[in-house]
Design a protein around this ligand. Sequence first.
Ligand code: MLT
Length: 234
Amino acid sequence: MKTIDVCLSPELMHLYKVRDRTVVVVDILRATSCMVTAFAHGIETITPVADLNTCRMMRHKGFIISGERDGKKVEGFDKGNSPYEYMGPDIRHKRIAFTTTNGTQAIEKSKEAHKVIIGSFLNLSTVVKYLLFGENNVLIVCAGWKGKVNLEDTLFAGAVIDRLRNHIEPDCDAPLIAQQLYNDAKDDMVTYLKNSSHVKRLDKLDIHKDIEYCLTIDQYDVLPKLKQGVLTLI
Ligand code: MLT
């Protein structure tokens, strides 16, 4: 049977061999939810970039430049990190260069994997189907917050593990922890996450509607995949 594990923070990546695995990168609030939304609304590619300056320079090559630091849109950038910014006709057939505090860093740390796909609650069933029929063992990489573990990415990992429980075997205890938390939370994730650190951070910035949206299950059936450093649709 294939196995599944969860890396609860990118700081723990050195513990995992990723070369022969399919990695699912997740940053529920909000980077990977934005990416999935953008692909569902017609973006052609997203290039994840780790630092602000590289991202800024990419405007000269015709990219829309998007990004946030500490939850706030970067000054001078075209777009920030709210999924609602990625629903309009202005992004259709365009290319985005994207840099975020944690999400794009987690992608950077995963790029040696056999395959890298982008997960969120918005495309949960599509992710699960892909993992079910794929040949590789699986690692879910939670973006967390600046190296620390967060609840929302762990809940997503738990949702995937719960749906695959009869088909893919947990590799260690992190999948069991994630699955248990998801089962505790699944009936009302918005309330469950009310005291979590990033929800409080977004609340302080007066960003409320993004939270509920990012916790919506199966809004889209798109699956972004990393190919030579660029995300495209499978
Ligand atoms: C990140 O990558 O750290 C986030 O998506 C932060 C945010 O909510 O904008």
